[in-house]
Write a protein that binds this ligand. Structure first.
Ligand code: DAH
Length: 360
């Protein structure tokens, strides 16, 4: 717009305002956002605008023209302002609509095919074994992984010169003074001692958890692994109860046709002690080429025995009043046998292609 036009001339003024009006209304309608709308409004009716200039020129007009000119200026200014206000409302509504659309959440989207996490196969086996014993009336007990030498060895009738007590076998946190040795428990058996110390008989518990040994990793050893300990103490528990309980466990875990056999063994905390084998669930003892038992027909499963009276004495029980049995099994071993897994390392490699095979 030509701002040099003499706006005190009524003809010029009318023409200028007319084209300002048409021009502004068109530009306001085309303003794409509030910022450009503000710029257009300032240029049309702001302090530096032709409207302001025209108002300033009113004073130098002849009085008889001044009123009409003033009215015209106001009329045009009002119309432009009203158009700006209307366009502003439109733009605000538009911007809000865009914002709402951008933040919208489609609650109908189907997320069910996202991959779910699941329990590790070792946890699954732990849970399953515990469930079987809970079904037989046992309770779950737990103990610390950082354990005193007393509970890991002495209370369990393990003499000071037992090879398991060597620093080369057990992971010690504090080694040397037999009075307050601290170690990472080498088995879950110390939970037996802790539980009996804190509870009166009868006792029927299983204790699942981690155990630690200074072993080099190979196909069947990990320095951190899992065990489930079992302990039953009551007035007249016999070796038959031990065998019957473990046979029932084997049938529930490996299948109803599973048989068990016991071989004499030695553990410091049980007398007599045994190792329990289960009949091979794959070939039932019939096939020399069986990949599970390699033709032996039996699978070595766990250690067990009748609680040694010395253990009862150590925890404050009267060895003449109660008898009991105990057993301890390796969870990784159970899982390997059950699923035909050839290396214990798979459990800690965290390869989803392995883990996905155990959906639980
Ligand atoms: N604690 C033994 C181990 O780690 C397993 C074991 C054997 C536990 C006999 C028992 C038992 O309770 O009676 O090799």
């Amino acid at each position: 717009m030509d701002t040099t036009t003499n706006l005190t001339d009524p003809m010029n003024l009318a023409e200028t305002l007319q084209s300002l009006r048409t021009d502004s209304v068109a530009r306001i309608g085309a303003a794409a956002d509030i910022e450009s709308l503000d710029a257009i409004a300032a240029a049309a009716v702001g302090r530096e605008s032709p409207i302001a200039a025209a108002r300033r020129g009113l004073g130098s007009m002849p009085p008889e023209e001044r009123r009409d000119a003033g009215r015209l200026i106001n009329e045009v200014a009002k119309e432009i302002e009203a158009t700006v206000a209307a366009r502003r409302e439109e733009l605000v509504a538009q911007e809000r609509a865009v914002a709402i659309a951008g933040e919208a959440i489609d609650v109908t989207v189907d997320y069910s095919r996202l991959p779910n996490g699941r329990l590790h196969v070792i946890q699954q086996v732990l849970d399953e074994v515990c469930d079987i014993f809970v079904g037989l009336g046992y309770r779950i007990a737990e103990g610390p992984e950082a354990e005193l030498g007393w509970y890991n060895f002495d209370a369990l009738n393990t003499p000071p010169d037992h090879p398991g007590r060597l620093e080369s076998d057990t992971m010690y946190l504090d080694y040397g003074n037999p009075e307050d040795e601290m170690l990472l428990r080498a088995h879950t058996s110390p939970v037996q001692a802790r539980y009996m110390e804190a509870h009166e008989p009868p006792v029927y518990i299983v204790a699942p958890g981690k155990a630690y040994r200074n072993d080099t990793v190979d196909a069947t050893h990990l320095p951190v692994f899992h065990q489930i300990e079992g302990l039953a103490v009551d007035e007249s528990i016999t070796f038959s109860d031990l065998k019957g309980t473990l046979a029932e466990f084997a049938r529930q875990f490996f299948g109803p046709d599973t048989h068990v056999r016991m071989r004499p063994h030695f553990f410091p905390f049980t007398e007599p002690s045994a190792e329990l084998d289960v009949s091979c669930f794959n070939c039932d003892g019939g096939e020399s080429s069986c990949r599970v038992c390699r033709g032996v027909g039996w699978l070595e499963m766990l250690g067990c025995g009748m609680v040694d009276p010395a253990v009862f004495t150590a925890v404050g029980y009267d060895p003449d009043a109660v008898t009991g049995f105990a057993f301890g099994m390796g969870v990784e071993r159970l899982a390997m046998v059950r699923h035909g897994i050839d290396s214990i390392r798979h459990f800690v490699d965290n390869d989803v292609r392995f883990l996905d095979q155990f959906p639980g």
